[in-house]
Design a protein around this ligand. Sequence first.
Ligand code: GLC
Ligand code: GLC
Length: 812
Amino acid sequence: MKFGHFDDVNKEYVITAPDTPLPWINYLGNEDFFTILSNTCGGYSFYRDARLRRLTRYRYNNCPLDSEGFHIYIKDGNIIWNPGWQPVKTPLDSYCCRHGLGYSVISGEKNGLSAKQEFLVPMGNNCLLMRVTCENKSCISKRFSLFPYLEFCLWDALDDSSNFQRNYSTGEVEVSGNAIYHKTEYRERRNHYAVFWANRDPAGFDTSRDSFIGTYGSPAVPDAVISGCCKNSVAHGWQPIAAQQFDITLGPGEAYSLIFGLGYIENSDDDKWEEPGIINKAQARRMISEYDSDEAFSRAFNDLRDYWERLLSNYRISSSVEKLDRMVNIWNQYQCMVTFNMSRSASYFESGMGRGMGFRDSCQDLFGFVHMIPERARERILDIASTQLPDGSAYHQYQPLTKKGNLAVGSGFNDDPLWLIAGTDAYLRETGDWSILNESVDFDNDASLAQPLIEHLRRSFSFTASHLGPHGLPLIGRADWNDCLNLNCFSEHPGESFQITGANEGPVAESVFIAGMFVKYGKAWVDILRHMKLDSEAAEAEAAVLSMEKTVLEHGWDGEWFRRAYDAFGHVVGGRECDEGQIFLEPQGMCVMAGIGKDSGEAEKALESVQKYLDTKYGVVLLTPAYTRYRLELGEISSYPPGYKENAGIFCHNNPWITCAETVLGHGNRAFETYSRICPSYTEDISDIHRTEPYVYSQMIAGKDAAGFGEAKNSWLTGTAAWTFLSISQAILGIKPTLDGLLIDPCIPADCKGYSVSRRYRGAVYNITVKNPASVEYGIKEIRLNGDICHGNLLPVLPPGETVDVQVIMGA
Ligand code: GLC
Ligand code: GLC
């Protein structure tokens, strides 16, 4: 069942019922100011950091669900309604939400009156804009009142939801003209305030929630709206809000628009006040006047559209498959940009108060956005690398505001270092900007320890190479990619971390997955070294990689699949002899992507086992059989009920590893099958089962052992975005950036007749047409570059600005 449809021309998802199975959100903002907005106008805004600079309140776990946000109320006679349906939930005569790229338009109609809310965060300014347009579609004149309403957060979202003894006394506002200023703590340690404004004069306002809603009221029945009259309240402590009242009369056919804004302003310390006790509003006034007309609003809209057109134009496919085109051209790339901006911080599943930027997460996210914004990818790599520790290990997370490693979480996740090689390699292949390797980068944010970036990669590689366990496989440390497989930490008491400390932390537990990574990204490291003409170092590194390949086949191979790990007692995890957790997805994907066992048959067999044991109709599960009891020696993985999260859920992040692995073996049919099974546009029809947004990936879909098999959770902020984009754009469609140019290497379903891709690469445009007359899954017969036969399938790097025509014929 669907709750809307894709509009590919406008690059929007159109939601036609407000009561979607879960709130379906969008992200507005691309630089410093962000807003999360649901299809019923729920959500919140923040500046840079969702915890420390939260502008408006949001209550996770709330009931009714998703009731705070950017609502407007319309009181038309005795009827009160919201264009977005929530929070009053008056049944609407019509409703529509269009989530587009960086904007959303939500409209409703009731009794001949329509109201449309258009939301966007303009480029280059720290504010959310909302234009409201009302139209009288009836044949009689209408007099009604309109009330916008939002609730301020007292900046630090965590403190705001816990420190009530202080916060109930600190809230402060100023009201001036059409604007309401939220200035809690501005007097002392803050130099920033928020401002809510309208471009017209209100008939009244409220800034105290008790006045507007009523002490025992609710957003569904606000006192002021019911009585039809704001009380011009000024908040002192308690709950500061911004609400206004506009009384509007419209003749038949007449329309009326209002522009509202929510801005974030910082003043320098010596320029904070206009008069004693009165905040300096000069910047706010400038911001307000910039968007005071419909023309100005439309200009901001157009700038935003142009921005997104540019971003998405670097990779554009045209095939005859609409579901594929819309994911590749629009939604998958869009989600990659959102994960770049948010990492794993703020969504409807991530509270914005917990995690910082993950070291490994951010490195993997690079795969999905480096082709869109290489300069910001460069900056991101340098930021991440400067949190690396001198021995090559890494802080697991860092804070975006300070860019410092997070001490509380610490290091010891032994896959982290290798992801830095993976991310930097992706950047080099995309840009050819070798200068990045010479950039001087701190270790542990200590300038006295700075070294060129290449030294960071070297230490990443040698950290893994020098931390091997009894079987010669890499030590797992606190955990590898699978945060919940905690082999060294025996967590016995409530509240104890699964990962951070453990009596048993020891030198024994090993990871076959990291071994696979070492081979895959170790090969990339060897290529980088060769390119730098560091031949003897390259030869040494290559020897270490080859020896690891052997070790994996010797100690990591179980007969039908790759094992997952060895635990702290040296017992196999993910092997035939295990009663549960016999086979895991991760090592099958990573080892085959690395090419381990490709020539000797193990790779082929491993992927057959994935299909045989791990496949379901909704995607590939992480392991089987699921763990049914808690196992101290395995940790958090066995704490989840069977079928959820890392305990045999369909963890979408690593489904594309299987897709990529299948293409390593030339299996185009199977690669596309694993791609499409979890692909949002392909699963749109089961939105009622899936429940999360049908235009983006979720982290997890409940696996076959779960009561809610097929139900997705944790949408938006997941490494799935980057990995699926990589799997479709490079592994399947076969347009692969390499250190020396674009490699054409498709691996597609046999019944695919062909497609074209326009790819901007290092400034030149490659218009590539692939034809598959012989219905093969893999292999190229001929490539022509501007009509001339091309030897091999590596396209040369062209001068920036040039456009070439590339004709590819697949076949034997
Ligand atoms: C989450 C984490 C990621 C981890 C994965 C598997 O997505 O963000 O770092 O690799 O879970 O546990
Ligand atoms: C929890 C989650 C896991 C995530 C980790 C991040 O363990 O279940 O998915 O990777 O937190 O630290």
